[in-house]
Design a protein around this ligand. Sequence first.
Ligand SMILES: *Cc1c(COP(=O)(O)O)cnc(C)c1O
Length: 390
Amino acid sequence: MTSPVPESVPVSPAPASAVSSHWPRHRAGATLRIDLDAIAANYRLVRDRLTPRTTCAAVVKADAYGLGLAQVAPALQRAGAEHFYVAHLEEGIALRPHVTPATRIFVLHGPLPGTEEEFTAHGLTPVLNSIEQIAGWRALARRQDRVLPAVIQLDTGMSRFGLSMDDVRAIADDAGLLAGITPDLIISHLACADTPRDPANAQQRARLLDMAALLPAAPMALSASSGIFLGPDYHFDMVRPGAALYGIAPNEDGPNPLRPVVRLSARILQVRDIAAGDGVGYGLTYRASGPRRIATIGAGYADGCLRQGASHGAAWFGETRLPILGRISMDSITIDITDVPAGALGPDMAVDLLGPQHDVDAAARAAGTIGYEILTSLGHRYHRTYVAGG
Ligand SMILES: *Cc1c(COP(=O)(O)O)cnc(C)c1O
């Protein structure tokens, strides 16, 4: 049940450097409960699908998909992760103090011009995506007079990041282009892995093998969360799940095997009774067809409750669905609580916006988006609790 605001066990409060501010419960309009045990269980569930040949890295870009890098990364490390991916250099620097010195941190975007030294200074390994990035890394190896490791990304069909076939041929023709660089991993990324039947998956896999054959031999990696569920042909030497760790379904085939990780409970700020014909919210886009009991709750689009999700969205009280009425405001949402027995819900009690009846994927469907966007949109005005050790 959802009332009052759920209890949970706070662990290791965020250090002052944490990206998110954590509002005290009594001052916050909503509570975001993040289950670190579920993240660890999802990591192990994914890893257990792999043979010992394949390493399971963890992707913690975008503040661990909005859930808090400082808490999530150590939890993944305790579950066994020794390799992490972030997108930006800044994220790699932020991650470094939260993992052991031996942990490898890969930065997907690679070095921006002039940032190469900062990678070695912080113990970060770049993903090199272009001939220019390779040249910058080679120059650093020469300046530091040592051999530097790097990941090389190949564009096998997504046209987003990585070396083209022409770039790979240029390297095959001139080994000097990689002077001073040890490629310790060759990666690519699938465009359509969430659609297992899409022929692009096998085409990208074949292209990876063709392109890698022209380069110095190195371990290979192709799959993020959805790709892992395409089966062992897609596992190679390393996989790099993000979304699956945070409970997002890898595809729409069958039930989601992953444990839900977040629960978002919003506080009821005010309750009122309205009559037939009364309008609700900006634009008065909802008009009551009869008497309704409605509640205003303390989270809005500034907190990541996407405005687009209003018409199909709902909050939940236990198993009772409470439809959103009218538009979502910046700081509040109005919901219909007529179906809840009188007196069961009132000011200062909580309803779920994300929870057992309504997971991240369901919220995404209601808003016409994907679970990734729901998680990474979560705001910083919540009281956050991290559950661990259960
Ligand atoms: C974001 C990202 C991942 C993780 O993807 P998920 O779908 O969240 O598992 C892996 N690899 C690359 C290159 C990425 O950009």
